[in-house]
Structures are given as C-alpha cells and as structure tokens.
Design a protein around this ligand. Sequence first.
Ligand code: AMP
Length: 299
Amino acid sequence: MSLLVVGSTAFDTVETPHGTAADCLGGSSTYFCLAARLFTQPRLVSVVGDDFPAKHRALLAERGVDLAGLETKPGKTFRWHGRYSSDMNSRDTIDVQLNVFGDFQPKVPQSFRSTPFVFLANGAPATQASVLDQVDKPKFVVADTMDLWIEHHRDGLLALLPRLDGLIVNDSEVKQLTGKGNLIQAGRAVLAMGPKLVIVKKGEHGSFVFSNFFHYALPAYPTESVVDPTGAGDSFAGGFMGYLATCDSVSVWNLKRAIAYGTVTASLTVEGFGVERIAAAERGTVERRFHELQQFVSA
Ligand code: AMP
C-alpha cells in the first residue's frame, strides 16, 4: 500500500568527530523517503527553493520517490547546521535558516489524498494537522515531534495526538511531554493523551514501544562505525512505515518486525555522512541485517 510523508527537505551542514559535510542533501522527509523506498514507493509532500539542484531531485526520483507533491517556491531551500559532541550522543544546532520552509503550508496533491499510510515528519503541530485535514480516512497515521513544539506549541500538539495512531519521540521528549522521569510511566501517560502506539527512540540503546495491548523493546543494530547520526530518527521512521505499508494488517507481529526494519535502516544512515549510505543501500543488505538483528536478540 502507498505511503505519504510530509516534512522538510534541506541543505545540511554537519560536523562530527569524523569530519564535516557542507550543504549536503538532508531534511526529515528526505531521510524518511530514502529509507522507506527500500520497501515501497513513498509519496513526498515538501517544499524547496529555486536553488534546489536537479541532481537531488533526480537522486530521489531514481529511487522511486514520487515527487508530485514537492513544491518549488521562489527563494532559498531550508538550511540546517549541526555539530555533534565527541561521543556523538548529543548535538548543538549551530544555525537554522527556515527560508521557504518557514511558511510551509503543505498541499497534498489530489492523487495522494487517499494514501493509507501517512507520516507527519517533525513540524509545527498545526501544520501536521493541516495534512490530516487533506487526506481521506488514512489507515495508519504516525507523527514525529520535538522539544520546540512540546514547549511552545503544546496545545496544538495535545489536539493532534488523538488524531494519531502512533507517535515517535526520543526519550528526553517523552519525559518533557509528560513530566514523568520514568520511561514506562511516561509511555503510558502519552497513550492516555490519544495515540494508540508510542515509539520511544533511545539512540544507540534502541527503542521501546508502548501500546494498550503490548510493550516491546529492541536494541539498536550493533554497528561499529557511526560516522554521522543525522537523520537516524527519520530513517527509523521510514523503515518502520515502509515495511508496515507492505503488510496486510497492522498486527502486533507486523509492528514488531517493522520496528526491526526501522532499526536496520537507521543503522545504515549513521554509517555515512548525510544521505550517502542510506541512498546507496539495497534491500539485500537490509534483509541481511534484519536476520543478524534477530540472531542478536534471540536467546
Ligand atoms: P534527525 O537527526 O532525525 O533529528 O533529523 C535531522 C534532519 O532534520 C536534518 O536533515 C535537518 O535538515 C532536519 N531538521 C532539523 N531541524 C528541523 C526543523 N526544525 N524542522 C524540520 N526539519 C528539521
């Protein structure tokens, strides 16, 4: 089944202990699409400026991303600059230039409106809600959020949560959202806010899943070579949603496998600067890592 993503497309500059990559292709929806396309054909709704080069468009199109919803506006593409700490477990945002993304009003093309799987990448909750106003009864909707929206757009976020099937957040965000320091209590508290599923990412320690029917945890794929963690979360979401979109039903069994596929696609992203590794990845590598991860966690 088809899969829609709405989010940022960017030029990123990234500094890690392994080096610096300047003005490379990035953005939440880019990472999502490059992971999801390993399973299905993602439909992208995003905005770029007239400085966005044809080669980036071609890279996405060649990998099966449907660009009918990629709007080009006069002006500059969104720019983000991040710098990682020496252990790469934290990062500072050095610069953000919203440019054409600043007043992004997603327009879902008519041909995308009946897409059953929808991912709302990190963005203002009101903008994310405006996407849901444009789609016809999607089967499974998942959103990402961040500290900025939890702090400054809390009411909008609380209004969005009951409209979601799933929320993906990291461990500090779930604690910030609920005010609870215990992860299990925090997970339960988010469920009480509306979504049926909460996925909490814990970076190199993997992820936790909370729902009213099951709880689940999976460690990260044991990669030795972390070069640039940028986009790991969006690639996780892309692998998770991309796999689910190929399943007959959103069952507990399929959700657990989807978490494992998201874990694998995130592991690929962090092994290269920017999108280079995930853009070059093939389904065979994903399957090999999926089986390695199964072996890694089985008793
Ligand atoms: P992640 O490492 O998963 O947080 O994703 C990093 C990506 O998100 C980068 O490619 C950035 O271009 C993009 N990004 C950073 N800040 C924002 C923001 N405020 N809104 C949307 N996308 C962002």
